[in-house]
Design a protein around this ligand. Structure first.
Ligand code: MG
Length: 382
């Protein structure tokens, strides 16, 4: 790869992707952030990309003021993200924005035949059918950046896809492994933001605490690897060393291991199929001593249960579960609802709202809107 354009450049994945790009001499042609103008400008001063975008349009004036002299074309909003996604200077698009907002840039990149390194799992959850159909039609490769999906992708190399029996999707279990609902009644935002293994943004950290993240990854895996729900087994693995595994027809299980560091999957997505030195700590199995595996607790973590149910229901159900979760997590972070209410709202959304097929982008937006409105109404009535 010669160059990469990064959506979500100031986030956890984005900043690590820049590190990986610099180490391997990959040029960064575009940077886009949600709201962090100062950090974005700092990155632009270092990397001198052609395009610079702030997704929050209200901060465009600030961007113009601070980055005006850098010689980058300055962009804002969804139009800016989509201009980067389809721009002639974009070789590969790394989409690492958070949430449903990543869907349109993903579809735009695919239409423009740009290979995708995809870290924005919500776009596959909300619009998986659209994204995978468009990618197949345009012959556009999608390289997963999520550590579990990268692991599965790595384990599929050199084997026959038709002989795959199932996948093992590993889960760290989050900060509340072993807890019951009664234990989690009074969980604070600070407790939920304290993840044992991974350092990530707020939204995904809460999703990891509720196991919604694993539910989203379950749906993401279905689309990426064309699996049925019964071909995916979720296993709680506290150490986050085995990043996932696949099982072939002969019952051989092949897994990918490494230290919990996102630079490995980011680099694999950017350099595929090459494997070059990566700026991470090497994995020492003897330092760990033992690795543990357990079944998930589906009663306590009802977000996970709801996602699997939504995946089986199909149509707009996963999109609704995702939209309800995005709204509920924002409300929890704003201290408007309790931790356990996130799972209750996600479950109720797929039980209550009508489920319909998703045939175009507008269908996805409508289902997502309905889910967010549903959560807002429920919260207003509390
Ligand atoms: Mg993951």
């Amino acid at each position: 790869m010669q160059s990469v354009a990064i959506l979500g450049s100031t986030g956890s994945i984005g900043t690590q992707a820049i590190e990986v790009a610099q180490m391997h001499g990959i040029r960064v042609t575009a940077l886009a952030a949600n709201r962090s103008v100062d950090k974005l400008v700092e990155q632009a001063e270092l990397l001198r990309p052609e395009l610079l975008c702030i997704a929050d349009e209200s901060r465009y004036g600030e961007l113009k003021e601070k980055a005006g002299g850098l010689g980058c074309k300055l962009l804002a909003g969804m139009d800016g993200l989509c201009e980067i996604a389809s721009h002639e200077s974009t070789d590969t698009l790394l989409n690492s924005v958070v949430g449903m907002v990543g869907l349109l840039p993903t579809l735009t990149a695919i239409d423009a035949k740009k290979p995708l390194a995809l870290a924005n799992k919500e776009t596959l959850v909300a619009g998986g059918a659209l994204v995978m159909d468009a990618a197949a039609k345009n012959n556009v490769p999608i390289y997963p950046v999520d550590s579990e999906h990268s692991a599965i992708f790595q384990c599929l190399q050199g084997n026959k896809r038709s002989q795959l029996k199932k996948i093992i999707l590993t889960a760290s279990g989050g900060p509340f492994f072993g807890k019951t609902k009664a234990d989690l009644q009074n969980t604070t935002v600070e407790q939920a933001l304290n993840h044992p293994n991974w350092s990530m943004g707020n939204k995904i950290t809460i999703d990891s605490a509720t196991l919604m993240n694993k539910g989203l990854e379950f749906i993401e895996a279905r689309w990426l690897f064309d699996l049925t729900p019964d071909q995916i087994e979720i296993v709680v693995h506290r150490q986050s060393v085995l990043h996932s595994a696949v099982v072939y027809a002969d019952d051989s299980m092949i897994g990918q291991m490494g230290v919990p560091d996102m630079k490995i999957p980011i680099q694999y997505a950017l350099l595929y199929p090459d494997r070059l030195p990566c700026p991470t700590k090497p994995l020492s199995l003897t330092d760990y001593g033992q690795l543990t595996f357990a079944k998930p607790d589906y009663d306590t973590f009802d977000c996970l249960t709801a996602c699997i149910k939504a995946s089986e229901m199909g149509g707009s159900a996963p999109c609704i579960a995702n939209g309800a979760n995005e709204a509920a997590v924002a409300a929890f972070l704003a201290r408007k609802i309790s931790f356990l209410q996130i799972g209750e709202l996600v479950t109720q959304s797929i039980q209550t709202l009508p489920i319909s097929p998703l045939t175009c982008y507008e269908d996805v937006v409508k289902a997502d809107r309905a889910a967010r409105d549903f959560v807002a109404e429920k919260i207003a009535a509390m």
